[in-house]
Design a protein around this ligand. Structure first.
Ligand code: DOR
Length: 456
């Protein structure tokens, strides 16, 4: 018999489950989910639970009890989070982050599966580079890493990368996302060729939509604020990605949507697709920071330094439009865009925010506590849906047969963000000093704890 972990007395939440109960994991897989409290009544000594739990506890290697929380939810068990968009800076930028510090930070944030972007040094533009980074991540045994592969060689936008050699369904399942990340492929012919390769190999292209036009270039040249030209670039980029997605039939995933107009275009394209237009798949993600913060916060942090992120924090109207797009299903997933930088790089104008260790709490604070969204819907946006986008049917749910990847949250705990305590080397949080709700206490990978919060 294999290694057994019993997680008892939890509020168990995933996109389709919301019960009080226990989970039995064996050999890294969920064997059973049993409703009802696990154990005996302290007063009467009566058996409160299904007898199966008692049997499982007797021969378990590890029992984790969630019944000690004080809030109405007690402690909550959710499927480990799945992040479609993060920057690990490895290889090449150890002063910002390493594979190990990023993996520890991801685990500390409740993440079990992460896609890291290809803008490393050297760029991840061959299958071998992707497989080698994945092998290093596997050796750490903290998270499941799916490195994205760049669309063009060296991300120079001149010729296609190793995607031309990508076998169907991608390098033994490791290559699941292709992305040029921080810049769109400006050359539409090359972009179309990349989408055709992706479609042939059956992998998703994550598009950082940012395409110059005569207007945006003129606005940029004339010294107009970033908010003006970058807005046009996002709109152009999303429009072109949708057009080329329809033309090639490739699965297009729009990364970090930030404007009202982009959300509206995605909504319209999905409605049209409801009529089965062309059979192409369109999905989209938003970051926690674009849901939580706006340009006023960026100005306070320093618009061209500590508040700088790409795409920029937008207006209050955009922020509300993004929340509406999350609520009505236009946006499929929430992804961190974890982008660690050193303090001096931020002061020199590096764009991006560290994100793993605040992402879930930001979403809980902004979306769930405000009662706009249920916790199961949040689990769908951060676990179930991104797992589906990656084509990973074995995770993102708490049902028998899925991987035993979970995280434990005290959903009633408030905490103040102090980047000095982050596992990430990137301390560049836009939420420093803010109070958030929902503390990640433990992250479990295939039945084994890989992160335990001090004091839990
Ligand atoms: O703010 C950002 N930072 N946006 C990106 O697209 C890239 C990222 C980075 O690599 O720092």
């Amino acid at each position: 018999m294999g290694r057994k972990t019993v997680l008892k007395n939890f509020r168990i939440i995933d996109e389709g489950v919301n019960i009080l109960g226990s989970v039995i994991a064996e050999d890294g897989i969920i064997r059973d989910v049993i409703p009802g409290p696990g154990g005996y009544s302290e007063d009467s000594g009566d058996l409160l639970s299904d007898r199966r739990i008692v049997r499982h506890i007797q021969n378990a290697d590890m029992v984790i009890d969630g019944g000690e929380g004080t809030d109405k939810w007690g402690l909550t068990l959710l499927p480990a989070l799945v992040d479609l968009h993060a920057h690990f800076r490895d290889p090449g930028f150890p002063e910002k982050e390493t594979l190990e510090s990023a993996s520890l930070a991801a685990a500390a944030g409740g993440y079990g599966t992460v896609v890291c972007m290809a803008n490393t040094h050297p760029v991840l533009d061959t299958r071998e580079a992707v497989i080698s980074l994945r092998a290093r991540a596997d050796a750490l045994d903290l998270i499941d890493l799916f490195p994205a592969m760049a669309l063009s060689r060296g991300m120079e936008g001149k010729e296609l990368s190793g995607i031309v050699k990508l076998p169907v369904a991608g390098a033994g399942g490791v290559v699941r996302i292709l992305s040029e990340d921080g810049k769109d492929l400006a050359n539409s012919a090359l972009f179309t060729a990349a989408l055709e390769e992706a479609r042939r190999a059956g992998v998703v292209v994550s598009v950082h939509a940012e395409l110059g036009s005569i207007e945006s270039q003129a606005a940029r040249k004339s010294g107009k604020a970033r908010a003006v030209w970058s807005r046009m670039e996002e709109i152009n980029g999303v429009r072109r990605a949708i057009e080329l997605g329809k033309k090639t039939g490739c699965h297009i995933h729009i990364a970090h949507v930030s404007t009202l107009e982009a959300a509206e275009m995605i909504r319209a394209a999905k409605a049209e697709r409801g009529g089965a237009a062309g059979g192409f798949v369109l999905s989209a993600e938003v970051t926690p920071h674009h849901l939580f913060l706006s340009e006023e916060d960026a100005a306070e942090l320093g618009s061209e330094t500590h508040g700088l992120v790409n795409p920029p924090l937008r207006s209050a109207l955009d922020r509300q439009a993004l929340i509406a797009a999350v609520l009505d299903g236009t946006i499929d997933a929430i992804a961190t865009d974890h982008a660690p930088h050193t303090r001096s790089d931020k002061e020199g104008g590096a764009a991006g925010f560290t994100g793993f260790e605040t992402a879930f709490s930001i979403c809980l604070t902004e979306l769930v506590r405000e009662d706009r969204l249920s916790l199961p819907r949040l689990a769908s946006l951060m676990s179930g849906a991104p797992a589906r986008i990656l084509g990973l049917a074995d995770r993102g749910r708490i049902v028998p047969g899925c991987r035993a990847d979970f995280f434990v949250v005290d959903a009633s705990a408030n905490w103040t963000v102090d980047p000095a305590l982050f596992r990430s080397r990137g301390k560049n949080s836009p939420c420093t000093g803010r109070e958030l709700r929902g503390r990640v206490l433990m992250t479990i990978r295939q039945g084994r704890p890989v992160f335990v919060s001090p004091g839990f």
